[in-house]
Design a protein around this ligand. Structure first.
Ligand SMILES: Cc1ncc(C[n+]2csc(CCOP(=O)(O)OP(=O)(O)O)c2C)c(N)n1
Length: 306
C-alpha cells in the first residue's frame, strides 16, 4: 500500500495546536544549537530540524499505553509525546529536574513507556519483544519505533522484521527518510527501496510525503488500528534534514543544502499561512527562551541509582 501526498500542493491550514507543537520543536532545536555553540550543553546532540511534523502527525494515533522507541534524533519524538521542554533541556544541560537525572543526555531518555537510544538498530528487536508482551498481556497496544533510512540497513532490523511478521506482532515502524545517514547519501547505502524491503517480509508500507497532518492521520489511522490487531506496518515519511548530522558536521554541497531548505515544511507553510506562523512562532520562541533561561539557572542535576 502506498499513499503519496502531493508536495506541490498549497499546504492545507494546520490546527493551531499542531502548528504550535511543530514550532515548539523547531524553536527548541535552534536553541540547542545556540546553547551548544556557547558551551552550555553536556555531551553531543542531534537535532530534528526539518522533521518536526513527523512525531506531531503520529501523536493522536498513539496512546499513553503504547510504547515509543526513539533514536539519536529524538527530541521531537519526546516533545510530541510529553510537551515537556523543561525536563528535556534539563536532561541535556545536566540540570536539576532532568528526566533521567542528567545521565541520559540528548540520546538516552527513559520515561514511562518511552525509550530512546543512540545505538542504531537496537530498538527494533527490543520493540519486537515488547510487542510480544503486549500481544499476550495487553492486546490492542502497540510498539512504535522511529528509525532513519540509514538505520534501516542494520542487520538487526531484518531479524526483527522477520519475527514481527512471522508472529504478527503489533509493531509500527516509522522511518524518517531524510535521504542521508550521517555523511552517506541514501543512493550509496541503500539498494532497492524501503517499501520493497517491507514487502519482502509481507509487511505493509505507507509512503508519506508532505505535512498535511489531517490527511496523514486520516490515511494512517486505519492502518495503525490494524497494527494493534497484529498487522505490522512500515510508515515511511519523506523528510529533509535541515541541520548538520550533529553540530558542525554537514558534508553536503551548497546545492544539496539549498534543496533541503526548499523542501522545509516551515518555509513552504509560511508562504501560504504567514499570519498564523508569525503569531505562533513568536509564542514558541518566547516559551523556549524562557525555559532556557530558567533551566540554565538551576543547580547541576544529581543522579542516584535508587
Ligand atoms: C550501531 C551504531 N552504529 C553507528 C552509529 C553512529 N551513527 C549515529 S547516527 C548514524 C547515522 C544514522 O542515519 P539515519 O538512520 O539515516 O538517521 P539520521 O541521522 O539521518 O536521522 C550513525 C552511523 C551508532 N550510533 N550506532
Amino acid at each position: 500500500m502506498t499513499s503519496v501526498l502531493d508536495r506541490a500542493a498549497a499546504p492545507s491550514r494546520l490546527d493551531d495546536a499542531d502548528l504550535s507543537l511543530m514550532l515548539l520543536i523547531r524553536a527548541f532545536e535552534l536553541k540547542l544549537l545556540d546553547l551548544y555553540g556557547r558551551g552550555l550543553l553536556n555531551g553531543t546532540t542531534h537535532t530534528c530540524l526539518g522533521q518536526e511534523h513527523v512525531p506531531v502527525a503520529m501523536g493522536p494515533l498513539l496512546g499513553p499505553a503504547d510504547h515509543v522507541f526513539s533514536n539519536h534524533r529524538g527530541h521531537g519524538h519526546y516533545l510530541a509525546r510529553f510537551q515537556d521542554p523543561e525536563g528535556l533541556l534539563a536532561e541535556i544541560m545536566g540540570r536539576e529536574g532532568a528526566v533521567c537525572g542528567g545521565v541520559g543526555g540528548s540520546q538516552h531518555i527513559r520515561r514511562d513507556r518511552y525509550l530512546s537510544t543512540g545505538v542504531q538498530g537496537e530498538s527494533l528487536p527490543v520493540a519486537a519483544g515488547v510487542a510480544l508482551h503486549l500481544k499476550r498481556a495487553e492486546p490492542g497496544g502497540l510498539a512504535c519505533v522511529y528509525i532513519g533510512d540509514g538505520t534501516f540497513g542494520e542487520g538487526a532490523v531484518y531479524e526483527a522484521l522477520n519475527i514481527i511478521a512471522l508472529w504478527r506482532l503489533p509493531v509500527l515502524v516509522v522511518v524518517e527518510n531524510n535521504g542521508i545517514a550521517q555523511s552517506t547519501p541514501r543512493g550509496t547505502h541503500m539498494a532497492g527501496t524501503i517499501g520493497g524491503r517491507a514487502a519482502a517480509f509481507g509487511i505493509g508500507h505507507a509512503l508519506v510525503e508532505g505535512f498535511d497532518l489531517a490527511a496523514i492521520r486520516g490515511r494512517l489511522g486505519p492502518l495503525v488500528a490494524r497494527v494493534r490487531q497484529g498487522t505490522p506496518l512500515v510508515a515511511e515519511f519523506v523528510t529533509h534534514r535541515l541541520g548538520p548530522h550533529s553540530k558542525g558536521d554537514d558534508t553536503r554541497t551548497a546545492r544539496e543544502l539549498q534543496e533541503a531548505r526548499e523542501g522545509d515544511w516551515l518555509g513552504r507553510y509560511r508562504a501560504a499561512h504567514r499570519d498564523q506562523v508569525d503569531r505562533l512562532e513568536h509564542e514558541a520562541r518566547a516559551w523556549v527562551d524562557a525555559v532556557a533561561e530558567e533551566v540554565a539557572a538551576r543547580p547541576p542535576s544529581r543522579w542516584t541509582s535508587s
